[in-house]
Design a protein around this ligand. Sequence first.
Ligand code: SAH
Length: 224
Amino acid sequence: MEPSSPRSDDWKFQRRRERLVEELRRKGITDERVLAAIGKVPRHLFVDPAFLERAYLDEALPIGLNQTISQPFTVAYQTMLLDVRKGDKILEIGAGSGYQAAVLCEMGAEVYSVERLKPLLDRTRRLLKRLGYRVRLHWGDGSLGWPAFAPYDGIVVTAGATEAPRPLLEQLRIPDEAHRGGRLVIPIGGPEGQTMTLIIRKGEDAYERRETDSFRFVPLIAES
Ligand code: SAH
């Protein structure tokens, strides 16, 4: 058998990506913009090379330092709840591999992401740059948000929290004639599992809260 060239690899992964998109559609992801974005991001470049062949299975995979790249279904689900519109300013907490951030870029969002593990952040910064994804990355405790660029149209937390951190609620956009209120998508619960929660800012001190399905994330680790 001949060794496969990078070009035939691209083709192979492209086919697998299309199949993954179909699988997500079957599992209930109905937002075509989200599916189109998932169909574009080369997830195989975001996973540890040891797991290359598993990159387009609908499962979470290790990315080192005890962290994981989220399951594609979870990424699609959170992105769907965020209801991203082109030009929205989105803050992600937990950059990890950079995959979720890349999906948000493909949807036309202006993306900011915070990560607490420096070595992971450095690696992800290089990868996103190499792939041409323009994401502003910040090393720090994401439970504090990133006040410098607030307010955000959407904030997505990709680690399990015990409650919605106050700074994140405060950094959501307050609705006015020209803008919708900011949306926070955050898994809330304990180590055994979390409930995906959507919190929409309705005014200065008004928030609407909706709980959806159960998930299991690595923990959000607040430094303070
Ligand atoms: N969105 C990522 C998923 C990463 S898993 C992806 O697409 O690959 C969750 C990430 O959250 C881990 O990288 C972990 O280090 C990070 N994390 C946990 N607590 C954090 C905190 N308080 N601030 C910032 N990042 C945090």
